[in-house]
Design a protein around this ligand. Structure first.
Ligand code: ATP
Ligand code: MG
Length: 273
């Protein structure tokens, strides 16, 4: 019996199959690998774990914590992620020929996947870490759940400048609902006291739109209509998902969200065993 572990910049994700072959998933903070070891030791008898498939940028740290208890088989992160994505797409009965795969982790990496191949096409430093960092700097709130709860109640229209705000009373050259300038209204109306809810919703807007815009450019370059968004940044984050879905649709592409979006890497590491 095996488990797959994806030790990312922020979260460590674990995937394994239960006795009745159901996929089991759980996560720990990457700065608490001792808890991962504890969990493995407690579950080793119950689930008879023999070896560990590992991926992610912090695998060496995981290895130094675990190597005295289990052997570790490393798989490169992009390979693990794509293996996992293919498995999850099939499990969730999504029949797509090709897609851009956008992994919104601490940072964001973007891949093109077809039936025959997959390649990494690009990425951006704007990701889940940016969301938490900007939220903390602008509102003092660094707790992920609290950020999302407040952002869900927030409004962006007093902070963001839309295309239709600039082209007042005129036909707009592109969709008036597109953002002309994230946070752009602040400097124009010279107001700086905004509700935390609104600031957080707008931070999510910025992060989501940068990632969607870039993803769509890669989708156009590669002639695919689909963008599959994965990564734990989408967890319990309805507003961010809404931003990305809405922007992707505005730009005439199809957004796809997987139920187990945070676990592609861990699933891929498990499948590699
Ligand atoms: P990378 O792949 O870039 O190395 P990672 O694999 O750790 O990073 P993910 O686990 O996919 O990245 O996503 C991390 C992001 O998920 C965080 O930046 C944060 O926005 C969000 N997140 C979701 N749940 C939590 C949580 N419980 N604690 C902290 N961040 C969370
Ligand atoms: Mg990751």
């Amino acid at each position: 019996k095996y488990i797959g572990i994806d030790t990312g910049g922020t979260l460590t994700k674990i995937a394994y199959l239960s006795a009745d072959d159901e996929l089991q998933l759980l996560a720990f903070p990457s700065n608490d690998l001792a808890s991962v070891k504890e969990w493995i030791c407690e579950n080793t008898k119950v689930n008879a774990i023999e070896a560990i498939g590992a991926t992610g940028g912090r695998t060496e740290q995981l290895r130094s914590v675990l190597e005295d208890i289990r052997s570790i088989h490393y798989i490169v992160e992009f390979e693990a992620t794509l293996k996992g994505v293919r498995y999850l797409l099939q499990k969730e009965q999504r029949d797509i020929e090709n897609a851009i795969i956008t992994n919104v982790g601490t940072g964001t990496s973007i891949h093109y996947m077809s039936d025959e191949q997959h390649i990494r096409v690009g990425g951006t430093g704007v990701g889940g870490g940016t969301l938490i960092g900007l939220a903390a700097l602008t509102t003092g709130i660094a707790n992920y759940e609290e950020i999302n709860t407040l952002a869900n109640r927030g409004k962006r229209h007093e902070i963001d400048l839309l295309v239709k705000d600039i082209y007042q009373g005129m036909d707009t050259p592109i969709s008036g609902d597109l953002t002309a300038s994230n946070f752009g209204k602040v400097g124009i109306v010279e107001q700086t006291d905004f509700k935390k809810e609104d600031i957080l919703a707008t931070v999510q807007g910025l992060v989501g739109e940068v990632i969607s815009t870039l993803s769509i450019q890669y989708a156009e370059q590669n002639n695919t209509p689909n963008v599959v968004y994965i990564g734990s940044t989408l967890s319990d984050n309805d507003h961010l998902k809404y931003v990305m879905a809405h922007y992707t649709e505005l730009k005439k592409h199809t957004p796809i969200f997987l139920d187990d979006h945070g676990y592609a890497g861990a699933v891929g590491a498990l499948l590699n065993m």
